[in-house]
Write a protein that binds this ligand. Structure first.
Ligand SMILES: C[S@@+](CC[C@H](N)C(=O)[O-])C[C@H]1O[C@@H](n2cnc3c(N)ncnc32)[C@H](O)[C@@H]1O
Length: 161
């Protein structure tokens, strides 16, 4: 039987979300970036998202927005063969500059005041850190990570029509 030869536009997919976010304006900004830069889904853990004017794209109306009550529920719901990539300033985190993004990735960011708890970090498959001595705004950090992904993985960065 002849094999169907198809060219796929993108290798894999990604989702991005925040654990225990305390600043909803930030989250709206992150959702806007996520939608524009090609996320397949977005999510919150522990705190539900309320609509924000900063998300002018209304990302939740265009890609799925999931809510998980806690990290365990989130972890048991991630897509098959996907990796959870924690984005956090830890001593053992891999620098974003040299990081090879998994084809199927779920990026997890932390709370604006306290970051990702150690117990959550232990459960993630990989941890990456952005450059700089001080922490970035959570929406900025998430946006840079997915932009970096788009530049490294073929065609995941959407092009203008
Ligand atoms: C404002 S930061 C939290 C800072 C918090 N005071 C701390 O010390 O952990 C909020 C989130 O943005 C992300 N973030 C900010 N700067 C980062 C960096 N340089 N590398 C990796 N993640 C970063 C992380 O997900 C972090 O949990």
């Amino acid at each position: 039987m002849a094999r169907l030869k198809q060219e796929y536009e993108a290798d894999g997919f990604f989702g991005i979300g925040v654990f225990h976010s305390s600043d909803e304006e930030n989250i709206g900004t992150l959702w806007r970036s996520a939608y524009i830069l090609g996320a397949s889904f977005i999510f919150t853990i522990d705190r539900k998202y309320r609509k924000q004017s900063s998300d002018v794209t209304k990302a939740w109306s265009r890609i799925p927005l999931y809510h998980y009550d806690d990290f365990d529920e989130f972890k048991s719901s991630i897509p098959y063969a996907a990796s959870i990539v924690a984005v956090e300033m830890t001593d053992t985190a891999e620098p974003l500059e040299t990081f090879e993004h998994p084809p199927r990735a779920v990026y997890l960011l932390g709370n604006e005041a306290s970051g990702l708890p150690p117990a959550v970090l232990e459960e993630c498959h990989k941890t990456i850190v952005l450059p700089g001595a001080y922490s970035l705004n959570v929406a900025v950090a998430g946006s840079l990570v997915i932009y970096d992904r788009g530049t490294k993985i073929r065609s995941t960065l959407p092009r203008r029509p």
